[in-house]
Design a protein around this ligand. Structure first.
Ligand code: THU
Length: 142
């Protein structure tokens, strides 16, 4: 799918303006293109209990699921300067779940795939693998 990175990044910048960041003063915005052409977005939402802060990507994934689901095909995440911001490790895992290895991410080093930014990712296939192995062991009476 053709990706208009400038438009997607503009959506991310718009989302960042809604960030709730009284503690870090570090607004983040993110926008994702969905495989049906929708654009979903999110901003970070902090908390007095710092550890429960929601990254912008959490909001975007919630927006994705709430508005009908689908697969993320491209993601642009920005800081307050509108520069590409690398999603944190936990959020790469979120993006992996909903975009998979081919989802493209705009990084400070250009467009990368999720498999490049989260190599050897843990995912649903790892759960299925064990469930299937246990299922066939059960069927064999082991
Ligand atoms: N933050 C995000 O929203 N996404 C990331 O991928 C990195 C970090 C937020 C969390 C916190 O509100 C602020 O940036 C500073 O860490």
């Amino acid at each position: 799918m053709e990706v208009d990175w400038a438009t997607l990044t503009a959506e991310a910048v718009e989302a960042s303006r809604h960030a709730y960041v009284p503690y870090s003063r570090f607004p983040v915005g993110v926008a994702g293109l969905v495989d049906d052409g929708r654009v979903v977005s999110g901003c970070n939402v902090e908390n007095a209990a710092y550890g429960v802060t929601l990254c912008a990507e959490c909001g975007m994934v919630s927006d994705l699921v709430r508005t009908g689901g689908g697969r993320l095909v491209a993601v642009s995440c920005v800081n307050a300067l509108g520069e590409a911001l690398m999603p944190c490790g936990r959020c790469r895992q979120l993006l992996w779940e909903h975009g998979g290895p081919q989802c493209r991410v705009l990084t400070p080093q250009g467009v990368c795939t999720m498999s490049q930014v989260l190599p050897q990712a843990f995912g649903s296939a790892d759960l299925q693998h064990v469930a299937e192995a246990e299922g066939s062991a059960d069927a064999a009476g082991q």
